[in-house]
Design a protein around this ligand. Structure first.
Ligand code: GLY
Length: 440
């Protein structure tokens, strides 16, 4: 596939493989319009757009899982849906949902790239509605929720009230670290004794940021312990990862398997993307070569196993590769964002491989095959993500985190072009935090 993007050239141009070519500026401007459209439709304060409601039939899901319907129902608890697809309803969530930070985060990223103040105002408005998250203790997803919202606010509109939210949330996140197990607990529900999911790697940035803001290494130390033990126990010899590893109270592995992937032994696409992103981030924050090596190995696993012709992965890297196999645009966007950053940590010949791969994903996502027409798709930027196939949930539909990591990929390219580091969280270190009005 021809890739049009020129990352480090004077002309920052991303044109799509589809007939209508758009410059990166137009792509970002169109995406910002979608976010504005979403804001105009949000029914009440405290609600955040997550996805469009879709229903799938059990035989349809069984086909993609390559299992007989009787073999997985009712184990998953999936309701018997009629075979309908209703793309007309936006599903909104409140602050408790793990995805609540992505819509405010997307607004921050759109503001970063455009400088449009209305986007900053919307970003601040929806970020402030997440304040109660800083009191939550019942999930590991606090990093997603608060770092994407308040974390981006800290980079782009710093204020010392933001620091308080980040540190309070980080305190609650490290409260989920059991020293006997040596990991942060992911879920408080389900059949597992002490479940840790690969997604949890994404919550560590909040802890690195909390250490930088406070000067207290305790947050960072826990992040490092979590990353190291995950590296030991979540990965197979080919560097693909299990989704869920559960531990005994004294920290031994109790079980390894999946919840959202095709099978316990498969490589669930988004899980591989979370791992790639998480270890790239750990390398940026610590400079420890073991994390860089882990990220490189995961990157080659993904590039080797991803059989999607346009590089936007099928929902599981071991899924059917038939044209009707649902894609996961969110996994593609997360990979693209991670690969762009990883490309800056390795020799140029190797970086070019990662960058070219990321550009192929972004080229595809920016085409009309994945980018929705304006004011359609519930205002979500991208189509064709998959939330959880075994649960029959959010299949071939938009997801707010696909939009977030797609915009972050574009923002990372812009940062590189502007002479900044693509990760950009390093700017928080030593940043002078402006006094909030209240504390003046
Ligand atoms: N963290 C949940 C997911 O990736 O679906």
């Amino acid at each position: 596939m021809k890739t049009y993007i020129t990352v480090l050239s004077a002309m920052f141009l991303l044109a799509t493989g589809a007939s209508a070519q758009r410059t990166t500026g137009q792509i970002v401007s169109d995406a910002a319009d979608q976010l504005r459209y979403q804001a105009s439709r949000i029914p009440e304060d405290g609600k955040f757009p997550r996805t469009l409601v879709t229903d799938y039939s059990i035989p349809e899901v069984a086909y993609h899982l390559e299992r007989a319907p009787k073999d997985f129902y009712p184990e998953t608890g999936m309701a018997k849906h009629p075979s309908v697809k209703d793309f007309s309803t936006v599903a909104y969530v409140n602050y408790h949902d793990w995805t609540s930070g992505f819509y405010p985060g997307s607004l921050w990223l759109a503001y970063e790239m455009t400088g449009n103040e209305d986007l900053r105002d919307l970003a601040a408005k929806y970020t402030n509605q997440l304040l109660p998250v800083s009191r939550k203790k019942d999930t590991h997803d606090l990093g997603f929720m608060v770092n994407c919202s308040y974390g981006n606010a800290l980079r782009l509109a710093p204020d010392d009230s933001i620091k308080n939210v980040i540190v309070a949330t980080a305190d609650n996140l490290i409260g989920r670290f059991d020293p006997k197990v040596g990991l942060i607990r992911s879920w408080d529900w389900g059949k597992w004794n002490y479940p840790v999911i690969i997604d949890n790697m994404m919550n560590l940035q909040l802890l690195f940021n909390a250490s930088k803001l406070t000067g207290d290494p305790k947050y960072r130390d826990i992040a490092v312990k979590h990353a190291d033990k995950t590296m030991r126990n979540h990965f197979r010899s080919d560097y693909s990862s299990y989704h869920v590893v559960s531990y005994t109270p004294d920290g031994r592995v109790e079980s390894r398997g999946t919840y959202q992937g095709k099978s316990h032994d498969s490589a669930w696409s988004r899980g591989q993307a979370w791992g790639l992103y998480g270890y790239t981030e750990c390398y940026r924050e610590t400079g420890e070569k073991r994390y860089l090596d882990q990220a490189r190995n995961i990157a080659s696993l993904i590039m080797r196993k991803n059989e999607a012709p346009d590089r936007v992965p099928y929902w599981d890297l071991d899924a059917r590769t038939a044209p009707d196999s649902p894609r996961d645009a969110s996994a593609g966007a997360i990979c693209a964002s991670a690969l762009i950053e990883l490309s800056t940590f390795v020799p140029e010949w190797e970086g070019k491989i990662y960058r070219d791969y990321a550009m192929q994903i972004l080229d595809a996502l920016s085409s009309d095959k994945y980018t929705a027409p304006k004011c359609a798709n519930g205002g979500f930027i991208l189509m064709h993500s998959t939330g959880s196939m075994p649960q029959g949930s959010e299949i071939d539909t938009p997801l707010n985190y696909a939009d977030y990591y797609y915009l972050e990929s574009l923002a990372r390219l812009k940062r590189i072009q502007d002479g900044k580091t693509p990760g950009d969280w390093d700017r928080i270190a030593g940043k002078k935090i402006r006094k909030s009005k209240k504390s003046k």
